[in-house]
Design a protein around this ligand. Structure first.
Ligand code: SAH
Ligand code: SF4
Ligand code: F3S
Length: 475
């Protein structure tokens, strides 16, 4: 009998995508192979997100299509994984009989068993494991295994299963303990659980031994890393220093930081460690103190500005990225104008702007969603335009300069590759030699666009690239 085929799609954040890699690695270890297309798969898995209604709607519509497909292919196994599985478990089990398995983000550790059971058995399966809610439970679950949120034996990541040869994510913590009123993540992911530094060094070392040169550490409040590891003196700054020592590692990024945990220790690490990426994703969410207070973000705009002044004093080359929510309940036109002014004052290099979306069960969902949709649209468009102007100006300042780009692969335009700088700027340039993918190359920026730069590849010294080749380094 031929090996069973799976197809897995991610609809969520980077953490959700990394979870998908871990799920894939479990399935492959179990003898499954990736289907060339979803239509060829015996098992269709969807890793889902609940952060906004739009994210959920895409999945509901996808599930509608799979219901139709299942009428003619009753043996097809359909699985809903991730945050919606956690959030809508009851509904999925009671109202969607064509969904065979429902697996929340804390129960991925034995996903291969769950899929096997679903294939051999008629009827739905829900993987029963609630996200960690208390420190006590966390201790019982075994801190060593939190990379997959499982109890029992430690599960070692198969570092070979990853989409990019030279880039990888490493999850340093799961969950979130912050009280942001609008956010569903603490409900779907549970409490903060950090992984010990030694584990993270070990996993990163194995990734680097397998050819990775750029690591992005993931956590919902990544700069609060370690505060649950009592007695271990683990902080993000210490973790960065430990990972920085891996010789073949060349770039080290981390997302997402919370303004309340940007302290001097982290600022010093950013200033002193040259391999650390030169941007900080530090979502402000709003530039109005009234809205920040209503959101329970725990800081004022003044405090945010003070922290970034401290950052810029020590590490002036770090660029700031942010997220903003427009149309939060009670946000007035004046509040919104304060956000616009704040974005200009800080001069963010990049911002994501989201229209507020009430999430059932959150505190904010109890409030009237009183900013009308067209006004949310307007604020969204205005803020995006303000940010685009800032980004364009920063890109224009690069024209004529030579930047170092880690080549990621084909650009949307044929005959071009794209990659990112240490500041996370996206650069497109003409090239065809596929050997360049995964290498660091010098590119001269020739033109600035609103979201990226165009440039030309400069001749570079291949021998110098070799110095960073882990195969050579260890030879
Ligand atoms: N932990 C990260 C990111 C969480 S989700 C952080 O704290 O920054 C990513 C972004 O989605 C958030 O930064 C926020 O801007 C946005 N978001 C979260 N909940 C939302 C909601 N209910 N409606 C609209 N945007 C939301
Ligand atoms: Fe959500 Fe706030 Fe936690 Fe970010 S810090 S995941 S916005 S609760
Ligand atoms: Fe979405 Fe869950 Fe990530 S809600 S943003 S997939 S943590």
């Amino acid at each position: 009998m031929s090996a069973p085929k799976y197809h897995l799609t991610s609809y969520g954040c980077q953490m959700n995508k990394l979870d998908s890699e871990l799920v894939e690695s479990k399935l492959r270890q179990r003898g499954y192979v990736a289907a060339a297309a979803e239509a060829d798969a015996d098992v269709v898995l969807i890793n889902t997100c609940s952060v906004r209604q739009h994210a959920e709607d895409r999945v509901w519509s996808k599930l509608g299509k799979l219901r139709v497909r299942k009428r003619t292919e009753p043996q097809l196994v359909v699985g809903v994984l991730g945050c919606m599985a956690q959030e809508h478990k009851r509904y999925l089990l009671s109202r969607m009989p064509h969904v065979d398995l429902v697996v929340g983000p804390s129960a991925f550790g034995d996903i291969d068993d769950t899929v096997e059971q679903a294939r051999s058995k008629n009827g739905q399966i829900a993987a029963e494991r609630e996200p960690a809610r208390t420190k006590h439970e966390v201790a019982g679950a075994g801190v060593l295994s939190v990379d997959l949120g499982v109890s029992g034996d430690r599960i070692v990541r198969d570092v070979r299963v990853r989409p990019h040869r030279s880039q990888a994510f490493v999850s340093v913590m799961r969950g979130c303990n912050m009280p942001c009123t609008y956010c569903i993540v603490p409900t779907t992911r549970g409490d903060e659980v950090s992984r010990p530094i030694a584990d993270l060094v070990e996993e990163t070392q194995r990734l680097c031994d397998d050819g990775v040169t750029e690591i992005t550490l993931l956590g919902q409040t990544v700069n609060a890393y370690g505060r649950d590891l009592t007695g271990q003196d683990a902080t993000l700054a210490k973790l960065l220093r430990a990972l920085h020592a891996i010789p073949s590692l060349r770039r080290l990024a981390f997302i997402t930081s919370h303004p309340n945990f940007l302290n001097q220790e982290l600022i010093d690490a950013l200033a002193e460690l040259p391999k650390v990426a030169r941007y900080l994703h530090l979502p402000a969410q709003s530039g109005s103190n009234a809205v920040l207070k209503a959101m329970r973000r725990g800081y004022t705009t003044e405090r945010y500005l003070l922290r970034i002044d401290q950052l810029r004093a020590k590490a002036p080359d770090i660029e700031l990225h942010s997220d903003f929510i427009v149309g939060y309940p009670g946000e007035t036109a004046a509040d919104f104008e304060a956000t616009v002014a704040f974005v200009k004052q800080v001069g963010f290099a990049q911002s994501y702007v989201f229209k507020y979306s009430p999430r059932p069960g959150t505190l904010a969902a109890e409030l009237p969603d009183d900013v009308p949709e067209p006004e949310k649209e307007r604020r969204n468009a205005v803020l995006l335009a303000v940010q685009e102007e800032l980004t364009l100006a920063k890109n224009q300042a690069l024209v004529g300069q030579t930047v170092e780009v880690l080549v990621e692969g084909d650009s949307k335009v044929a005959g071009r590759f794209s990659g990112r700088t240490a500041h996370h700027r996206l650069v497109h340039f003409a090239a065809s030699d596929r050997e360049l993918i995964g290498q660091y190359v010098p590119v001269r920026v020739t033109e600035a666009l609103a979201h990226s730069c165009l440039g030309e590849l400069l001749a570079h010294d291949a021998a110098q690239e070799g110095r960073n080749d882990p195969a050579e380094a260890s030879a």
